[in-house]
Design a protein around this ligand. Structure first.
Ligand code: CDV
Length: 327
C-alpha cells in the first residue's frame, strides 16, 4: 500500500479585524480547490485561521473576547468548509479558538483539529505552550495576551491513526520546544501538523527580530530529523492590522530537509508528496529510541519546570528565573 500523502500547506496572508468568518472560509475553500487540482490528500491551515490574531489587543469585556471563539465545530459559518472538503475528498487540519463547556465551566482553548476525507473530526489538540502575558502591558507596540485569553491545553500531545499514518499536531509556540515533538516521537509519529502566527517583532527581546525566519526553520528542521518525522509548518503571514508577521510556510522531511517553501507573505499553497516511510531508516538506526535512549538520565526534564543550578554553583544571571523550579 502506498504510504505517500500529498500535503498542501495553506499559508494565509493577513486577516483583517473586520473580515467575517464567512469571508475567511471562502479563502480557505479557495485553498481547498487549488489543493484538489494539485492532487492533495490533506490541507493544513494556520493557527487561529478563522479570525485576525486577536491576542494582540487588550480586552476586558468577555463578550468582546468570546466573539473570536467558536462554540461549535462545524458551525453555520464553518460548515461550508467541511462540506467542500468532503465533496473534494480532502482531509484538513484547522486551527481556531475553541470555547468549550467542560467540567461544569466555560473554557477557552487555542485548538487544532484533524478532519478526515469524510468530514469527521478524527483528532483534536489544544495548545500547551502559551506564550506572552496575561496583564495589559502598554509599553509594548502590541500585546500578546494568549496567557489571558486561553488556558493551557488539557489533551497532551496525542498521535492519531489517520490517513494511513500516525499524525500529531501542535500549535505555534509549541514548535520551539523539543519536548513537544519527542512526546509524539515516542508514539511513533510520522507527520506533525502545525500552524503559527509569529510577529516579526518580539517586544521583550527585539534583538531576536532579525532571526525570526531562521529560528522558525531551525526548530522545525531539527525536530523533524531528531524524531524521524515529517513536519508541516503553516504561517498566517504579512502585515496584519499593522503587525508584520513572518511567513516561511514549509514542509520538512524526516531527513531535516525542506522539500517545499512558500515564497510570498500572502495566501499561498505549497505542495509536497510525503512518503510516510521516509523516516524508517532513521527510526531503525540513529534514532532507534528503544535501543539508544537513556530515560533514567533525563529525569530532570519532568522533575523541574525551570532550571536548577548545580549544587554549590556560583550564581549566574540566568538563575533569577529558577526560584520555584523543582516540583
Ligand atoms: N502564536 C504564537 O505562539 N506566537 C509565538 C510568538 C509570540 C513568539 C511564537 O512562538 O511564534
Amino acid at each position: 500500500m502506498s504510504r505517500i500523502l500529498t500535503i498542501g500547506a495553506a499559508q494565509l496572508g493577513p486577516i483583517a479585524l473586520d473580515e467575517t468568518r464567512s469571508q475567511v472560509v471562502e479563502r480557505l475553500i479557495a485553498h481547498l480547490r487549488t489543493a484538489k487540482d494539485r492532487g492533495c490528500d490533506l490541507v493544513v491551515f494556520p493557527e487561529l485561521a478563522l479570525t485576525t490574531f486577536f491576542p494582540r489587543w487588550f480586552m476586558q469585556d468577555q463578550a468582546d473576547i468570546d466573539r473570536f471563539f467558536e462554540t461549535e465545530m462545524p458551525s453555520a459559518q464553518t460548515r461550508p468548509l467541511f462540506d467542500e472538503a468532503r465533496r473534494l475528498g480532502l482531509a484538513f487540519c484547522l486551527g481556531y479558538a475553541e470555547l468549550a463547556h467542560e467540567d461544569g465551566r466555560t473554557r477557552h482553548f487555542n485548538t487544532a483539529i484533524l478532519v478526515d476525507k469524510q468530514g469527521a473530526i478524527v483528532g483534536k489538540y489544544r495548545k500547551i505552550h502559551l506564550p506572552g502575558h496575561d496583564a495589559h502591558e502598554p509599553w509594548r507596540a502590541f500585546q500578546h495576551l494568549e496567557k489571558r485569553y486561553f488556558e493551557p491545553g488539557n489533551l497532551g500531545f496525542p498521535v492519531f491513526e489517520a490517513l494511513g499514518g500516525r499524525i500529531g499536531m501542535c500549535i505555534c509556540n509549541d514548535r520551539r520546544w523539543p519536548e513537544t515533538y519527542r512526546v509524539m516521537g515516542l508514539q511513533g509519529v510520522e507527520m506533525v501538523l502545525l500552524g503559527y502566527n509569529t510577529p516579526v517583532h518580539n517586544p521583550p527581546a527585539p534583538e531576536h527580530d532579525r532571526l525570526g525566519w531562521f529560528h522558525n526553520s531551525l526548530v522545525m528542521q531539527s525536530a523533524a530529523y531528531q524524531n524521524a518525522t515529517w513536519v508541516v509548518g503553516v504561517a498566517k503571514a504579512g502585515n496584519e492590522e499593522g503587525v508584520p508577521m513572518i511567513a516561511g510556510t514549509q514542509i520538512v522531511a524526516p531527513t531535516g530537509e525542506q522539500v517545499a517553501l512558500a515564497v510570498t507573505e500572502e495566501d499561498e499553497l505549497i505542495v509536497a508528496d510525503c512518503d510516510l516511510d521516509l523516516g524508517l531508516s532513521y527510526k531503525r538506526s540513529v534514532f532507534d529510541f528503544a535501543r539508544h535512549r537513556e530515560p533514567e538520565t533525563y529525569r530532570l526534564i519532568v522533575e523541574t519546570k525551570g532550571p536548577v543550578p548545580p549544587r554549590g554553583a556560583i550564581p549566574m544571571p540566568s538563575d533569577k528565573n529558577s526560584k520555584e523550579n523543582r516540583r
